[in-house]
Design a protein around this ligand. Sequence first.
Ligand SMILES: NC(=O)c1ccc[n+]([C@@H]2O[C@H](COP(=O)([O-])OP(=O)(O)OC[C@H]3O[C@@H](n4cnc5c(N)ncnc54)[C@H](OP(=O)(O)O)[C@@H]3O)[C@@H](O)[C@H]2O)c1
Length: 332
Amino acid sequence: MTTTDDLGSRALRIAMIATGRIADRSLAPAIAGSSEVELWSVFSRDLGRARDFAQRHRAAAPDPAFDDLAALLADPDLDAVLIASPDGLHAGQCLEAAKAGKHVLCEKPMATTSADAEKMNAACREAGVKLGIAYHLRWHRGHRILHHKVQAGEFGTLRHLRVQWPILADPSNWRARPEVGQWWGLAAVGTHCIDQIRWMMRPSCGEILRQGAQITRRVHRGPHDETALIHFEFESGATAELCTSVLFDAPRRMEIYGSDGYAICENTLGMQGTGSICTHEGDLPFSIVDPYAEEIEDFSASIREDRNPEVDGEEGLRNIELIERAIASGSP
Ligand SMILES: NC(=O)c1ccc[n+]([C@@H]2O[C@H](COP(=O)([O-])OP(=O)(O)OC[C@H]3O[C@@H](n4cnc5c(N)ncnc54)[C@H](OP(=O)(O)O)[C@@H]3O)[C@@H](O)[C@H]2O)c1
């Protein structure tokens, strides 16, 4: 297992697990832009795809492409893995990586059951490796400013948060099916909304006391959520609600209401760190940064500084527990 002393001033060597959309378009470019982290090797089900990905993104290991995860993990020069495979594969790949002594940054949601998420936490704890969960919206600069303002009481006492993130999704995608997916809109974007709710509202509103949900599956008639409406009540009496859907595209919106002020975020929920935020005081300026780069650099810093990543496996587990409760209570 790589420690602070092993790293010294060199870059963290990270392997990409899977070569899909998020790995190719967001994670590998974010790694390439960082001096703290370098893409070392790549795992794919297909060796040709691993080679192509490794070449395009300049993986640095002498022999960087693998179609055998155990062989990739056996490399003593590798420090960490970034798991960007379908949700249902995260747990098994994380357990293997932890056993090999590699730190793990795992895409969201961290697993498809809370039982698997607990196993991931236990395995990483026992191996002494870090486990970070990739909720990149924590690194949206406007959201970070808002989080600070909310927690500092600049909107008074927080009363309500509403978040809406619909995506028009293709039912042939793995998320719509049970083999390697467990939830659809809730796994694609709803889990981010839950993370924003927990991040913005805790600790000032206390913990979630009650929740309710409505989950629909009538259009495609598949096994997974199409539209999900979930609402929460916190210990302080504050409330939150979220709407995700795979049935339509519409503006993404987060609204935060306090006793003395409010904020409306338009299209900040997304991949680019963009959008706009206005508050009761007017427009909120923020700089546009690559949220994936900041998320990966925080993970690297957590190893260098021997601390938890901003979003750790326990927080990832809480998120999954809330999704499981919503499905259980809101399904027909
Ligand atoms: N944080 C974010 O903003 C964000 C955004 C999108 C996705 N994600 C998360 O990242 C993960 C990957 O999502 P994605 O959108 O990149 O998915 P994707 O484009 O479908 O790619 C997934 C990759 O996983 C590998 N894979 C292994 N077994 C597979 C199977 N049975 N079916 C399909 N692919 C399989 C494939 O790579 P090989 O062929 O190389 O093995 C595939 O290209 C998910 O957990 C997702 O929730 C996060």
